[in-house]
Design a protein around this ligand. Structure first.
Ligand SMILES: [Zn+2]
Ligand SMILES: [Zn+2]
Length: 314
């Protein structure tokens, strides 16, 4: 070390320099944590489908905010190895996770409503700031989440994007034990939705076009599986009364077209995948058939209806 120079350690990282060009493995400077940051030694980082969109530059929403050169990765789990002077609640040695939402202002309208995922000033891990495809990453301590003992970093990492995404959707739908849940698509999000849905006590039906993925869903606790390539999913699901919630993780428009009629009246369609095409839902399908009049009246009587239920004589 030469006098007058501050030594900065190097680290290996996968760098995005140009869209649609393979990432390059490079030696770069380790990030230096600020007063409110922690420096994390990355032990695992999930590979999310969104990373492909960031790397390919094919998302009109992400392109203008994508930092370059950039280290991708927003499903990070690792260990705190250094902390800023103002960090009190985390200690060196703690295992933490870093999600997609890297930092939020805590002051805007959405933050104050508890919807900080919509913060107008938010920073996004692996998009607006460097992420976890590297040996080390820095993050605001306020947004680093402790990983409980007994959960490995490899198992924890996907929870910080795929896991929170489906958990939040199921939480919003207020899934109760015994309710029927259909999960469309058993990929990165869907395989977690099956487990979280089952953990919440729901009766889960998994739907996919791959028998292999459906077998995986069964092993993870799905009560039933349907191969959309070979059976009439709408007919099968409706025969069982429809579902209280259909969670669609697929980006295929066809999955949404199939999912809506599977939802029983008052049920919820949870749009989690990001289809590039516009989704179109006929209003008639959002009305209750006349045969459900008593159920509709009961819901009205017991105060479960917000807005107006509409009956259609079909
Ligand atoms: Zn993601
Ligand atoms: Zn905010």
């Amino acid at each position: 070390m030469h006098p007058g120079f501050v030594e900065i350690d190097a680290m290996k990282a996968a760098i995005l320099r140009e869209f649609k060009v393979p990432l390059t493995l490079e030696e770069v400077d380790q990030p230096k944590p600020g007063a409110h940051d922690v420096l994390i030694q990355v032990e695992a980082c999930g590979v999310c489908h969104s990373d492909l969109h960031v790397a390919d530059g094919d998302s009109p929403q992400l392109v203008p905010i994508t930092k370059r050169p950039l280290i991708l990765g927003h499903e990070i789990a690792g260990r705190v190895i250094e902390k800023g002077a103002s960090v009190n609640h985390l200690q060196v040695g703690d295992r933490v996770g870093i999600p997609w939402v890297h930092w939020t202002c805590g002051e805007c309208e959405f933050c104050r409503e508890g919807k900080e995922n919509l913060c107008v000033k938010q920073q996004i891990t692996g998009v607006t700031v460097d992420g976890g495809y590297a040996e080390f990453v820095k993050a605001p301590a306020s947004h680093a989440l402790k990983i409980p003992e007994g959960l490995s970093c490899v198992d924890a990492a996907p929870l910080f994007c795929a896991g929170v995404t489906v958990y939040r959707a199921l939480h919003q739908a207020k899934i109760q034990p015994g309710q029927r849940l259909a999960v469309f698509g058993v990929g990165g999000l869907g395989h977690l939705a099956v487990q979280i849905g089952q953990g919440l006590g729901a009766i889960v039906t998994a739907i996919d076009i791959s028998d292999e993925k459906l077998a995986h869903a069964r092993r993870l606790g799905a009560s039933a599986t349907l191969n959309a390539g070979t059976v009439n999913v709408v007919k099968e699901v409706r025969r069982a009364g429809g579902v209280h919630a259909a969670l669609v993780t697929s980006a295929a428009k066809a999955a949404y077209d199939t999912a809506l009629p599977c939802v029983r009246p008052t049920g919820m369609l949870l749009v989690v995948g990001l289809p590039s095409e516009s989704l179109c839902f006929p209003a008639i399908q959002m009305a209750a058939p006349l045969a459900q009049v008593n159920e509709a009246l009961h819901q009205l009587r017991s105060g479960q209806v917000s807005g107006r239920l509409v009956l259609v004589p079909r």
